[in-house]
Design a protein around this ligand. Structure first.
Ligand SMILES: Nc1ncnc2c1ncn2[C@@H]1O[C@H](COP(=O)(O)OP(=O)(O)O)[C@@H](O)[C@H]1O
Ligand SMILES: [Mg+2]
Length: 332
């Protein structure tokens, strides 16, 4: 059985928009547009996309917190909107990070409380809470109120909360979002370990490297649509003959615009790094383009610091499809 099947799922948010003091208008945000996915048993499936792509909306729909506008989905064989209780019982979920915890309760009390929401019998709740505390190394802080925790400790507990019902499917929405580098690495190691024990994992992120290192298969999502999906290798191969050149330096806008006009440039994205600009260029013909590129940039006033032909990354797949980088916020 496929743990998750999603068919043509769409979600439209209706929100009021204030216009002046007394007037307001209705606004529609199409957060998901005909999303279809299949997730296989035992895999770590990544949902990669920039802020505003629709990742959280999709996770909220799949965990029954939000009603989709149209489309169908089956989670662990149960149909969404028809068998929601059964879905909730078979999914462990981390959403909203630390905001999903009760700060006036201790870590242990939080776990026991959420165990009760899953209708675990009292002895079972306690046993599961103990197991999670041990597994995540939370022993020293488990009996302190959550408000005294560091941000990293709160995130760890929020992760532990997703394990309380020992569900076969774990859905984690940007679990490393506020973590420092070592804590993020530790959390990913735990995700791998749980996966090796047989759990299927859905993992959302806007960080390309996380998806590359952690996930068996990835769906790249942008503005509510799945624009590409497959294994990391398949996605990279989907660029075919295209290669990537990165140029760093002080690059005025007119220079990058001139590059955009060159015939060998199939996509171009500009990012700012420490007062420099970074141009990422996708091209089918690197050898031919490079001299032209340097000429065009320098005649338009660019000062180049660094030029590196690069191996294709998942981010480049995103750039090739959208002309934007993953760092760009697309929230409406
Ligand atoms: N409650 C809401 N009402 C209106 N628009 C929303 C709401 N929640 C999210 N959105 C919009 O829906 C889009 C997708 O958001 P979200 O699912 O949070 O993306 P992601 O998790 O990938 O950053 C964004 O444009 C966002 O601004
Ligand atoms: Mg989100």
């Amino acid at each position: 059985m496929q743990p998750v099947i999603v068919q043509n799922l769409s979600k439209i948010y209706h929100s009021k928009q204030r216009q002046g003091l007394f007037k307001s208008s209705r606004r529609e945000v199409h957060a998901l547009k005909n999303v279809s996915l299949e997730i296989r048993e035992g895999e770590i499936f990544g949902l990669l996309g920039p802020n505003g792509a629709g990742k959280t909306t999709l996770i909220k729909c799949l965990t029954t917190l939000l009603l989709p506008t149209s489309g169908r989905a089956w989670i662990n064989g149960y149909e969404l909107t028809k068998e929601d209780d059964a879905i909730r019982a078979t999914v462990g979920c981390m959403l909203m990070g630390e905001r999903g915890l009760y700060w006036k309760l201790t870590g242990r009390e939080n776990l026991v409380f959420f165990g009760a929401l899953y209708h675990l019998p009292p002895a079972e709740r306690k046993r599961r809470a103990n197991e999670i505390i041990e597994r995540l190394n939370l022993g020293e802080i488990a009996d302190r109120t959550v408000e005294t925790y560091s941000s990293g400790q709160k995130m760890k507990l929020a992760f532990g909360k997703a394990l309380i019902n020992d569900a076969p499917l774990l859905i984690l929405d940007e679990p490393t979002n506020t973590l420092d580098v070592p804590s993020a690495r530790e959390l990913r190691a735990m995700v791998r370990e749980l996966n090796q024990e047989g759990k299927t994992v859905i993992y959302t992120t806007h960080i390309m490297a996380e998806a590359e290192t952690l996930c068996d298969r990835v769906a790249i999502i942008d503005k509510g649509r799945v624009i590409a999906s497959g294994t990391v290798a398949e996605l990279k191969e989907s660029l075919g003959q295209e290669t990537v050149i990165r140029l760093e330096g002080v690059i005025p806008q007119q220079a990058s615009e001139a590059v955009r006009e060159l015939s060998g440039v199939s996509q171009l994205a500009v990012t700012a790094v420490n007062g420099h600009n970074l141009l990422t260029i996708v091209t089918p013909n690197q050898q031919h383009l490079l001299p032209q590129l340097i000429h065009t940039l320098t005649t338009h006033g660019a000062i180049l610091r660094n030029i590196t032909p690069q191996e294709v990354t998942l981010e480049d797949v995103f750039i090739a499809h959208t002309g934007r980088t993953l760092a760009e916020d697309t929230r409406e």
